[in-house]
Ligand binder design. Structure first.
Ligand code: HSE
Length: 284
C-alpha cells in the first residue's frame, strides 16, 4: 500500500486581495503514492502531469537524486474553474517528495517551493495551511497570517460548466493601474480582513469590491450580466470571482436557507449549466 495525501480546493483573491488572499475549502484532491521501479512511466508522466512535475522540482530544488514514483489521483476539484486544482496538484507533488526524501513537513518550506512553481502564493498557502490566509513571498521568505472568519458567513460556489485558463485570465489584466484604483483596493482589502473576522455584513459587502482584476475578467464570462442580476436579486451579502474564474463565489448569511433555492431556480433558466455547491471552510 502507498501513502495517502489529501489537499483542499482553494478560492483565491476574495475580491480585492489579488494574489494575496485565499481560502481553503472542504473539497479535496486525494492521491495515493508509492516509489516505483518503472522509470519509463515516471518520465512519461513528467511531460504533462503537474503532480509529477512538482515532485521532480522538489528533488531538483534540494539537489537530491530522483526516486521514481507513481501517483493514483482521485480528483474532486474541478479543473480551470478558479478553485485551485493546479495548486492542489503542486502541493501534493511536493508533499510526496518531502515524504520520500525524509524531510520534515515544514509548511513554510513547502509554501516557498509551491509558490516558486505556481508564481503566486494565494492558492498554495491556504492549500497548505488551511483556513483563510494572507500571504506574502518576498526575497525567498514567506510571511503569513491567518484570518479567523466569523461563523456568521457561509460560502456558495457557482461553478460554470466552462473552463477559464489562469494564463488567459492573467493575460487579460493591465500592466499598470491608476492611483485611484490602488487606493480603492487597499481600503477594501483592509476592510475585508476585518469584516470577515467581525462578521459585519455591511462592511463585508463594500469590502468585496475590486478594481484590479474582476472588471477585466468578467468580460471573459458569458452571460455575466444575467448572473450578476441573479446575484443582485438574491440575498447574498456579496460575491467575487474565485481565483481567475470561472467560478463565482457568493457569501451568504450562515442561516440563510432561501437564497440558495432561489438562485438555483434562476440559474436553471440560463443557457449554460451551473453547479451550485455549498462549501465549508477547510480549517485543517
Ligand atoms: N491570484 C491568482 C489570479 C489566482 O487571480 O490570477 C489564480 O490562480
Amino acid at each position: 500500500r502507498g501513502k495517502r495525501i489529501a489537499v483542499p480546493a482553494t478560492s483565491a483573491n476574495l475580491g480585492p486581495g489579488f494574489d494575496a488572499l485565499g481560502l481553503a475549502l472542504g473539497l479535496y484532491n486525494t492521491c495515493e503514492f508509492r516509489p516505483s521501479n518503472d522509470k519509463e512511466i515516471f518520465e512519461e508522466n513528467l511531460k504533462e502531469n503537474l503532480i509529477y512535475q512538482a515532485y521532480k522540482y522538489s528533488f531538483d530544488f534540494y539537489k537530491e537524486k530522483q526516486v521514481p514514483v507513481s501517483f493514483d489521483l482521485e480528483a474532486d476539484i474541478p479543473v480551470s474553474r478558479g478553485l485551485g486544482s493546479s495548486a492542489a496538484c503542486i502541493v501534493m507533488g511536493i508533499m510526496a517528495a518531502f515524504d520520500i526524501m525524509g524531510r520534515d513537513f515544514d509548511k513554510k518550506e513547502i509554501l516557498k517551493i509551491a509558490t516558486s512553481i505556481e508564481g503566486h502564493p494565494d492558492n498554495v498557502a491556504p492549500a497548505i495551511f488551511g483556513g483563510a490566509v494572507v500571504s506574502i513571498l518576498e526575497n525567498n521568505q514567506v510571511y503569513l497570517e491567518k484570518i479567523a472568519i466569523s461563523d456568521k458567513f457561509k460560502f456558495l460556489a457557482l461553478i460554470p460548466d466552462f473552463r477559464l485558463s489562469t494564463k488567459e485570465a492573467r493575460g487579460a489584466l493591465p500592466e499598470t493601474y491608476p492611483k485611484a484604483d490602488a487606493v480603492f483596493n487597499i481600503s477594501r482589502v483592509a476592510m475585508l480582513v476585518l469584516a470577515l473576522e467581525s462578521g459585519d455584513e455591511n462592511n463585508l459587502k463594500i469590502a468585496l469590491q475590486d478594481k484590479i482584476h474582476q472588471p477585466c475578467r468578467f468580460k471573459l464570462i458569458p452571460e455575466i450580466g444575467k448572473i450578476e442580476e441573479i446575484i443582485r436579486d438574491s440575498r447574498a451579502l456579496g460575491s467575487y470571482l474565485s481565483g481567475a474564474g470561472s467560478t463565482i463565489m457568493l457569501v451568504l448569511k450562515k442561516d440563510d436557507q432561501i437564497s440558495e433555492k432561489e438562485i438555483r431556480e434562476k440559474l436553471g433558466k440560463l443557457s449554460k449549466t451551473y453547479d451550485l455547491k455549498a462549501l465549508e471552510i477547510d480549517k485543517k
